[in-house]
Write a protein that binds this ligand. Structure first.
Ligand code: MTE
Ligand code: MO
Length: 166
């Protein structure tokens, strides 16, 4: 439906899932962009419903139904981490950046070698329904966090990999 005329594009937008791309940049083997439409053809995981609560104020924001999406580590593995110098990929941090510049970090160890990584997803559905741009799609969500709001990133646009040096 990308050839829809301006005149009916608004009506189309109400019916079709939001279009969004996420770019993977920086210290990856193959920097790339992934299209949200591809998410349906990839292995999906679902999160448990939870209460969104702010870290800074402890404010209850709202209850959130079951998210469905792809694991952040699966996206990272598509772009790949450099095998050389040996073992250096374990110094990588990933910065997840939203459309408004809001950004959060994950470490390689956290994602690939702790239970946290099993629950960090980029969600495209909630409660069995496609999320819209107004809902914040694509939403990055870290399901094992104590206070969920900080790493509940609305409108994720970029994952930047940085191999840190001491
Ligand atoms: N894109 C984006 N996502 C974000 C934030 C933000 O500023 N931008 N703030 C985070 C924080 S600290 C909180 S408390 C919640 C606020 O959620 P709300 O905007 O739905 O109230 O969103 C989280 N996700
Ligand atoms: Mo917050």
């Amino acid at each position: 439906m990308s050839d829809a005329s301006d005149a009916d594009s608004h009506a189309v937008a109400l019916e079709t899932p939001a279009k969004a791309v996420i770019s993977l940049e920086g210290d990856f083997q193959r920097p790339l962009t992934v299209d949200l439409a591809e998410f349906r053809e990839q292995p999906n995981v679902v999160a448990d419903p939870f209460d969104l609560r702010c870290y800074t104020t402890n404010r209850f924001i709202r209850s959130v139904d079951t998210y469905r999406g792809v694991l952040l580590k699966d996206l990272i593995m598509k772009a790949g981490l450099r095998p050389e110098p040996k073992g250096e990929f374990k110094r990588t941090v990933f910065i997840a950046v939203a459309h408004d510049g809001y950004a959060v970090t994950f470490s390689w160890h956290e994602l690939f070698n702790t239970p946290v990584g099993e629950r960090v997803i980029v969600a495209h559905e909630c409660g069995g329904r496609s999320l819209s741009t107004e809902d914040g799609v694509p939403i990055l969500f870290s399901g094992a966090d104590i206070l969920p709001a900080p790493r509940h990133v609305k409108r994720l646009v970029r994952i930047v990999a940085r191999v840190l040096t001491a």
